[in-house]
Design a binder for this molecule. Structure first.
Ligand SMILES: [Zn+2]
Length: 320
């Protein structure tokens, strides 16, 4: 007999991942395929449809619903992706309608940071806790807050963008139009941009690592140079840790979660960040017990978004 399952999709700027997930959280099948934004949404949607068909056939799954997690901006209610930043050419693409027409099941669309947070809260680091804040520090900074197993939503159902909390009004210009956002100071691309500028004035190992071309400096190089003891790289990492700590304190003062779950490429070097985060959390613990909040690493890796997108679709369609 075919096994009922919900499909979770994690649609990123370069790859799409899909998994068939049961209501008890078992992953029956999984696959991924590249997405080339320049090919346009029509080809992209066909690839996603084929990927769903492939993983469903592999595990002999009867699809109950489909959940899609994607970087914003998106319109959850309308089911449309409008994302010129990570998916150029995907403007007002109604992915919900396309998948509904093809598979005749309910389809849900979520911000990818919310989907990952829901996944970690359901089956990962935040399992069993009622208030889970997730902070992803990779190319950008994404946040999601899960309250009693459900995604916390803002006005008109919009996803709160914790990455654009202002940290330094005189800081670098962010692509959102504001200055000194958490993302522009603490994300991988923010760290790289700061380093590319600083090496022009301060001697550093980084120039050697980048073959004397500052534009080649990446966040990974800065972190590796900091670990090797390069003074400039260490200073840049410490400044980004301070920015992340300030953003974190703003978030946890409001949400007072049971835990914060960290994920993303930059957080692979969590050990470099943890002392600063803990130190500043303690300083700010006078009015609220911030020092009692657990700081955890994500457990589901790149599959968090799949589990979370599937779970969101199950909740929307009342599947249990
Ligand atoms: Zn911003």
């Amino acid at each position: 007999m075919r096994q009922p399952a919900t499909i979770g999709i994690d649609l990123g700027g370069t790859n799409v991942r899909a998994g068939a997930v049961t209501s008890s959280g078992q992953l029956l099948s999984y696959s991924e395929t590249p997405i080339i934004a320049a090919d346009g949404p029509e080809i992209g949607l066909k690839r996603i449809t084929r990927l769903i068909e492939q993983i469903s056939a592999e595990a002999d799954v009867q699809i109950q619903a489909v959940g899609v997690g994607c970087t914003g901006p998106l319109d959850r209610a309308a089911g449309t992706i409008n994302n010129p930043y990570t998916l150029p050419t995907w403007e007002n693409v109604n992915i919900n309608q396309a998948l509904k027409d093809h598979f005749s099941v309910p389809v849900s669309l979520e911000n990818d940071a919310d989907a990952a947070a829901l996944g970690e809260s359901w089956l990962g680091a935040g399992r069993g806790l009622s208030r889970v804040l997730m902070v992803t520090v990779g190319t950008g900074v994404g946040t999601g807050f899960i309250l009693d197993g459900k995604i916390y939503r803002g006005l008109a159902g919009v996803h709160p963008e914790g990455g654009h909390i202002p940290i330094d009004p005189s800081g670098p210009q962010c692509y959102c139009g504001a200055r000194g956002c958490l993302e522009s100071l603490a994300s991988g691309s923010g760290i790289a941009a700061i380093a590319q500028n600083r090496v022009l004035h301060t001697p550093s190992l980084l120039m050697e690592k980048a073959d004397q071309n500052p534009e080649l400096i990446s966040a990974e190089m800065v972190i590796a140079a900091a670990q090797a003891g390069d003074a400039l790289a260490m200073e840049i990492v410490q400044q980004s840790a301070t920015a992340l700590a300030l953003g974190l304190i703003n978030l946890v003062h409001l949400y007072l979660p049971d835990c914060v779950v960290f994920s993303g490429g930059v957080m692979h070097s969590f050990a470099l960040y943890e002392p600063r985060l803990k130190e500043m959390m303690k300083i700010h613990s006078v009015m609220s017990p911030l020092d009692q909040i657990s700081l955890l690493l994500a457990q589901l890796g790149q599959k968090a978004g799949i589990y979370g997108a599937a779970r969101a679709a199950m909740l929307d369609a009342s599947i249990d």
